[in-house]
Design a protein around this ligand. Structure first.
Ligand SMILES: C[S@@+](CC[C@H](N)C(=O)[O-])C[C@H]1O[C@@H](n2cnc3c(N)ncnc32)[C@H](O)[C@@H]1O
Length: 454
């Protein structure tokens, strides 16, 4: 494999399809499964690192290029981004190799005419590398005049997102979140609660033997963080359904619903089925009626409920924004894990920060309202509506709770009885919880516990 060429073609493809996706990177890596592991590791680091640093890289390139990156040909833009990432952040790559390889690829891809330009920009960046890598140097001085832009370039997060968080949650919450973003998020699993303590210990030991480092999560007894794990599919116990990969915030949301044995639960936006599988265990002899908007999504839920051997679940294809009369006032608990902007998971899905725009937020709120308008009616009088999102945006979170409680017969009630004590606050007493990205070793996540008045 020509690793750099593979990375380049991948980035050009991302630009063409406007799909800046870690899934595209994963697919490419899978395609080269048979390759030398060192080449694969190089490809992974180069592509993931470049994707994660796009805004930083563009700022550096633009400082030394007459043509700004947004006016460049897509192939040249991608080539420069990937090469500057190697020069600045990959110590194992000699600067000269990064430059020479870029020139070779420019020529090979039919851009002979621009190879001199590529060479010039990269050599200049190489000469100024020390200054660029020193955040106190003159290179960054001009940028400091605009604090939001400075954060945006430093953490490669769009300015609008930073401004939104600063306005909604304050600077003191925003910058630490951006800082924690740099570490990414670990993979977390939830052991099946049906296992005995001894079986759980055996499963954890088996995962360790497979070369993965495990650490118990501080907020949830059955949750473990895995490190050094490239995909969970091959881990012992996966196929047998002994665990489910899930962020702890999602586990807490199901806890907050207070589901107990015999209950009838509806999970309206449920693919790939993470909350469904936990709700199913808690409902025991009761049942979970769940669904999602397409056949493909429903198939994903089925795959997971089958693997986790959840026999008390029925899976449907439905549009949650359309009211279904047959379920009126039938559920003890309704889980509404609505489609959202996903800003709380940008540590995991790095591309979300480039894909979501500020304009998307309003459209999402409209959809969330339509879903709520239909689904509140499934809750029995006295039952619970658990509203949740994996985002950090007041309009999709607190304001949606206000929408529900003002328009429909619901009131928020304390979630403290369902949460570890360290999370208790005025906010959780009032019935909702905003988890900030990484603050408690979870994704950014919001949940609200709303009881239907009798
Ligand atoms: C946040 S995800 C759900 C995650 C899931 N609850 C879990 O824990 O694994 C939101 C889901 O809403 C689904 N969705 C979007 N629009 C929908 C609609 N109109 N009706 C039903 N589901 C919808 C999406 O397909 C997506 O799977």
């Amino acid at each position: 494999m020509d690793t750099r060429e593979t990375a380049l073609l991948l980035f050009v493809e991302m630009e063409k399809t406007k799909n800046f996706g870690s899934s595209l990177i994963r697919d490419t890596l899978n395609k080269y499964d048979y390759e030398d592991p060192r080449e694969k590791a190089f490809l992974k680091r180069l592509t993931e690192g470049t994707l994660e640093s796009l805004l930083t890289l563009d700022y550096v390139i633009n400082a030394y290029s007459k043509t700004p990156t947004n006016k460049m040909k897509p192939l040249i833009r991608s080539l420069l981004r990937l090469s500057v990432y190697q020069i600045l952040y990959m110590d194992t790559v000699p600067d000269s190799a990064a430059c020479n390889e870029a020139v070779r690829l420019a020529k090979k891809k039919g851009f002979e005419r621009l190879s001199g330009f590529v060479n010039g920009v990269l050599r200049t960046i190489t000469r100024n590398k020390e200054e660029i890598l020193n955040s106190e140097s003159g290179f960054w001085q001009e940028l400091q005049k605009n604090p939001v832009q400075a954060l945006s370039v430093r953490y490669s997060v769009p300015e609008w997102m930073i401004s939104l968080w600063e306005a909604q949650y304050g600077e003191e919450k925003t910058e630490p979140m951006l800082e924690r973003l740099k570490n990414g998020r670990p993979l977390t699993i939830r052991l099946d609660s049906r296992l005995t303590e001894e079986e759980k210990a055996q499963e954890i030991a088996a995962i360790e033997v497979a070369g993965v480092t495990v650490q118990k999560h501080r907020l949830y007894a059955d949750a473990w963080n895995l490190e050094g794990c490239e995909g969970i599919g091959h881990l012992p116990g996966f196929a047998e359904g002994l665990f489910y990969a899930q962020d702890v915030s999602s586990m807490l949301a199901v806890e907050a619903a207070g589901i107990s044995g015999g209950m009838m639960v509806m999970d309206l936006c449920s693919a790939p089925g993470g909350k469904t599988t936990l709700a199913a265990r808690k409902a025991g002899s009761g049942k979970v009626i769940c669904g999602d908007v397409s056949e493909r999504k429903a198939a994903l839920i089925l795959e997971n409920t089958d693997r986790m051997k959840c026999s008390n679940v029925s899976v449907n294809v439905w549009d949650a924004s359309v009211f279904m009369e047959q379920y009126k006032e039938s559920a003890d608990v309704v889980l509404l894990d609505v489609p959202c902007s996903g800003l709380g998971v940008i540590g995991r899905k790095k591309e979300i920060r480039y894909r979501v725009t500020k304009e998307d937020l309003a459209a999402l709120v409209t959809l969330q309202k339509k879903i709520v308008d239909a689904c509140w009616q499934y809750v029995k009088p006295g039952g619970i509506l658990l509203y949740s999102t994996c985002t950090l945006d007041v309009s999709e979170n607190e304001e949606m709770v206000r929408y529900v409680t003002e328009k429909y017969p619901f009131e928020a009630e304390s979630i403290d009885p369902f949460l570890p004590e360290c999370l208790h606050s005025q906010q959780t007493k009032a019935g909702f919880l905003q988890l900030f990205l990484g603050e408690w070793d979870t994704d950014g996540f919001f949940m609200a516990r709303l009881r239907r008045k009798k």
